[in-house]
Design a protein around this ligand. Structure first.
Ligand code: BES
Ligand code: ZN
Length: 631
């Protein structure tokens, strides 16, 4: 029902909202990045050199950023960069073979989401140079949205401070003045100075054997978009997993991390076989404290990872497969703007499922496919129709809020649809060729479409038309012939949930010991809504749900606990919300409390107690859920 009505509404009433590749009548240009002030049509950055000192006391990075720019417009006299909350002390400009000259600069109007443009006037005589370098002396402010400064008590060891960055989507500008758009790729180098007992790591050529002396240098010879710029400094140590893979973490987490992520080397090798050469050298993981706001972040050569994956049984490593897969979809072939985010997240989710299938087995991959599909169906109930397109109109709002599951799960399903239509071998060849063709390029949805058309759709064996593909890309909901993932194990878990709820199945007959966490999650999600608290107690006692160490099982359970007001488990729910900081784990639990009609104040008070532990990005988004009238 949903599918057909959605399609109809879009093609009749909302045609202008279903963005295509040409500017619409109201001037919206889908190829433009609406989230950057940079004048990238006049200058592009080719290289960035950072020299920064880390001051934990002042919660500040300070030093210089040198941007080497190539001129595109012979008449341009200004360079506009993105910044947010940066203190700029001076700007020097130099053209090759010329002495540096001070450049005048000013800030433009501040925007709460996009930050503040920094307008740099090129000195006379440099007005037509083909290459221009700018050396900017600056400092970050303690409220930099990219940086979380953790006092020792928020780390695993409790003795040393730590700082880490999260640049995606548009936070790089709060720690480096730059052209903060995925449309521009730059190589970079950096010198980072810190206390000699701490280690700095970056999204670059980390050297596991570097002497620990407080001064660290990095190079990133492959050009990357700004959102992949990353740094962390703390009491961090390294342990190897395989020849090209390893883990960085506080010593307290190192052994558990090596165990949990033991399959990473294997994943890397299988990924190369399926998707093409790994272009980045090493692939390491950095396991951060619980306040890291995401499950993982695909910073090149060094994915940043939440410690909530440390379940002890390797059951949550799909996130590692996902971040590794971004080494192709996202880091190698990059979305041109955040509107094209499905090229990063959707393609990656598909590759992730392929990796899970080859490293583990089809059953496990299918279980995760079904869970993703169910999340997607739920999202279709909540996301406004125009935003259900894979490539929607996106010129407003905060690109971070745009991280729903549409880009991920609908994108994954779209590629699964193509795979089903053309056959795995043909589709694998296409994917391999796609990464080769666009390596180190930044592309729009429409360039992808043209490539798809030329290399798959219009082959002798045409199975899918361009119109069918465009429905996936530009229309809400799902086409009528979209694949529906299936898992026999999950089907049986759902049946048992129904059977147990009506008393046909005894709790002891539910084979939970043989189940993956995903099957148990599915069982919980399929409990009928009218189950009494005494029945939830029976379940909790039998399966130990309130005390589980598996963060995904706990998430599913505590959403139910909050929705159904199973107050007996509220102490554990509260402990869970204090222990985790990853947005995916805690936001839906807070939202369920806030919406159950009784517990909004309780949710606010839990939040106030835990707030200092959360990353500012997560804390701010929780505040909009819990204090809806303040925003
Ligand atoms: N790149 C994303 C995280 C991200 C997206 C940060 C948008 C900021 C804006 C990362 O690869 C990701 O998707 N993480 C997921 C992992 C999951 C889908 C396996 C997460 O954190 O939950
Ligand atoms: Zn991702």
């Amino acid at each position: 029902m949903l599918r057909h009505s959605a399609w109809l509404i879009c093609t009749t009433l909302l045609l202008s909202a279903c963005a295509r590749d040409v500017p619409t009548s109201d001037g919206y240009d889908p190829a433009r990045d609406y989230f950057s002030f940079a004048n990238t049509d006049q200058f592009v950055t080719e290289h960035l050199a950072l020299d920064l000192a880390v001051d934990f006391e002042a919660r500040r990075l300070s030093g210089t950023a040198r941007l080497d720019l190539r001129r595109l417009d012979p008449d341009a006299t200004e360079v506009v960069l993105d910044t947010r909350d940066l203190h700029i002390t001076s700007v020097l400009a130099f053209a090759p073979e010329n002495a540096p000259l001070p450049a005048a600069f000013r800030f433009g109007d501040a925007d709460t989401i996009k930050g503040t443009p920094l307008v740099i006037q090129l000195p006379e005589g440099m007005a037509s140079a083909a290459a221009v370098s700018l050396k900017i002396a600056y400092a970050t402010s303690p409220q930099s949205t990219a940086l979380q400064w953790l006092p020792p008590e928020l780390t695993a060891g409790g003795k040393h401070p730590m700082v880490f960055s999260q640049s995606q989507a548009i936070h790089a500008r709060s720690w480096v003045p730059l052209q903060d758009t995925p449309a521009v790729r730059t190589t970079y180098e950096a010198t980072i100075t810190t206390a000699s007992n701490l280690l700095a790591v970056m999204s670059a050529d980390n050297d596991p054997l570097a002497p620990r002396d407080g001064s660290y240098t990095f190079t990133m010879p492959q050009p990357i978009p700004s959102y992949l710029l990353a740094i962390a400094v703390g009491n961090i140590y390294f342990a190897p997993i395989g020849a090209e893979t390893g883990v960085y973490a506080e010593p307290e987490l190192l052994e558990a991390s090596v165990y949990e992520f033991a399959d990473t080397q294997d994943m890397l090798e299988q990924a190369e076989r399926l998707f093409g050469p790994y272009e980045w050298g090493r692939y390491d993981l950095l396991v951060l404290p619980p306040s890291f706001p995401y499950g993982g972040m695909e910073n090149p050569r060094l994915s940043f990872i939440t410690p909530s994956l440390l379940a002890g049984d390797r059951s949550l490593v799909a996130v590692i497969a996902h971040e590794l897969a971004h080494s192709w979809s996202g880091n190698l072939v990059t979305n041109a703007t955040w509107r094209d985010g499905w090229l990063n997240e959707g393609v990656t989710s598909y590759l992730e499922s392929r990796l899970m299938e080859v490293i583990y087995d089809k059953d496990r991959a299918d279980e995760e496919r079904v869970i993703a599909y169910e999340e997607l169906l739920l999202d279709f109930e909540n996301v406004p129709l125009p935003m259900q397109a894979l490539a929607p109109r996106l010129d407003d709002g905060d690109p971070d809020d745009f991280q729903g599951t549409i880009h991920y799960h609908k994108g994954q399903l779209f590629l699964q649809y193509l795979e089903n239509a053309f056959g795995r071998d043909t589709f694998d060849e296409f994917i391999f060729g796609y990464f080769e063709h666009f390596a180190f390029k930044t592309i729009t949805t429409e360039r992808f479409l043209d490539y798809l058309d030329a290399n798959l759709l219009s082959g002798a064996n045409a199975k899918v038309s361009r119109e069918q593909v465009e429905q996936w890309i530009y229309e809400p909901g799902l086409p009528g012939d979209a694949p529906v993932p299936k898992s026999a194990t999950l089907d049986s878990a759902a049946r048992l949930a129904g059977g147990w709820a009506v008393g046909e199945v005894a709790i002891g007959e539910v084979p939970v010991a043989d189940w993956s966490p995903q099957a148990l999650i599915h069982f919980i999600n399929n409990l009928p809504s009218d189950l009494g608290n005494d029945r939830l107690e029976e379940l909790d006692a039998a399966f130990g749900l309130s005390d589980t160490n598996n963060a995904e099982i706990a998430r599913t359970w505590f959403i139910q606990v909050a929705e159904r007001r199973y107050v007996r488990a509220y102490p554990q729910l509260e402990a869970y919300l204090a222990r985790h900081g990853r947005g995916r784990l805690i936001s839906p639990v807070y939202a369920a409390l806030a919406r159950n009609g009784v517990d909004l104040e309780r949710a606010q008070s839990i939040f106030e107690k835990a707030r200092a532990n959360y990353h500012p990005l997560v804390a701010n988004s929780l505040a909009t859920i819990l204090y809806p009238n303040n925003t």
